[in-house]
Design a protein around this ligand. Sequence first.
Ligand code: CP
Length: 320
Amino acid sequence: MKEFRYASDLGNFEEALKEAFEIKKDRFKYQGLGKNKTLLMIFFNNSLRTRLSTQKAAMNLGMNVIVLDINQGAWKLETERGVVMDGDKSEHLLEAIPVMAQYCDLIGVRTFARFESREADYTEEILTQFIKYSGRPVFSMESATVHPLQAFADLITIEQYRKLKRPKVVMTWAPHPKALPQAVPNSFAQWMLAADVDFVVTHPEGYELDPQFVSGAQVEYDQMKALEGADFVYAKNWSCPGVTRPEDYGKVINKDMNWTVDAKHMAVTNNAFFMHCLPVRRNMIVTDDVIEAPTSLVIPEAANREISATVVLKRMLEDL
Ligand code: CP
């Protein structure tokens, strides 16, 4: 594996899940694979789960790890080509990337959508420069439009807890005070559409996700109707994707608290499991009682981040 951004980069899901459960049983099985290999993890944004789980995954494989927080201790980076660099940015990404690549074998990049331009975000302008100029295998640790390590962990979690061969999985938008990227819902939709599940998306009008990720999904604007008979409820906020109204891209256009997942929503499901990628704003996205219920999978979901990252790093090491 040379790149990890999309569901298709993983190949056959059945084989990947088999590998994931094998690693779950013995996460140090491939300890020798990463000997004298170095993972560089670059963060342009904050992280708790991705930082810890990916580092742990690399350690499971016997790798060395370097973590660089670009905003804390590195030179401020210019990302646009052609800019006269007379401001506060001391170094260009075009030099920084090949330099960073000298010190490592694999690169993970965390960079959020900036919401300055839909085009810049949806062309993944930072991640694609790492892919183009590093000469190293590169994986997204959540980039402007995708979060594949999270989606893979979610897939593993659904496989682990499903009671039916083909469960109904509902992804519901929920309110949030700040504008959040569409990376998690984009990837979750893409991965669920490729998985053996019945997938439904529900959100207020104006929050339609980009067709490249959601095309083929059943979209239901009535949240209660969508949740009927669900086996898994996946809650997430996202800002306006700007599909129907480009001028609203990246804005919060709805704060309707009726969309907060509470006991009344869960009551119409098939005793569904509750899922969220975390971090979560309690009593905005989900009520305390729902996230604390025995059917809440938020902690096993976070635990599976170590497993998804171990599989991805293992595959990248095998292809070096
Ligand atoms: N779910 C997730 O990616 O969490 P962090 O932002 O804390 O890494």
